[in-house]
Design a binder for this molecule. Structure first.
Ligand SMILES: [Zn+2]
Length: 139
């Protein structure tokens, strides 16, 4: 039995995402990108303000301040953690835009079948169909 070439299959599937849909997903991805960029800016501003406050903290408030240090540090690390998560998503979104250009958007990287539109609307940067995603998570 002859195995179908993966490339042929992609070419066939390429037509599944029509131009109108490609434009729709593109704007969805760009919107997500902007939201995340906004978020990151807010977080950085918050973190910056806190650092400035810490640096300006006077001696009289020292004891009081010490009690707060633990939470402050935690908050800061927490904020930075979120920011790095969001940066990862930004990267994924950029990659999804590239896949739209290449016509590979919405095609599962593992089984080469189509990722459902519902899934793509929820996670426009999804690289895997739900089945393959679940298989990977089990591993
Ligand atoms: Zn798959």
């Amino acid at each position: 039995m002859k195995k179908p070439k993966a490339k042929d299959k992609i070419n066939k599937l390429r037509n599944q995402l029509n131009k109108k849909e490609a434009v729709k997903f593109k704007s969805l991805i760009l919107k997500r990108k902007n939201e995340i960029l906004d978020n990151i800016n807010h977080i950085s501003e918050d973190t910056l303000k806190k650092s400035q406050k810490d640096a300006a903290g006077d001696i009289s408030g020292y004891a009081y301040h010490m009690a707060d240090v633990a939470t402050d540090t935690y908050d800061r690390e927490f904020s930075l953690g979120i920011a790095s998560n969001e940066r990862q998503i930004l990267y994924e979104l950029d990659d999804a835009l590239k896949r739209i250009e290449e016509g590979a958007f919405g095609i599962c990287e593992d089984c080469k079948s189509l990722i459902t539109k519902t899934r793509l609307k929820a996670i426009p940067y999804a690289r895997l169909c739900l089945n393959c995603q679940q298989k990977r998570e089990k591993k």
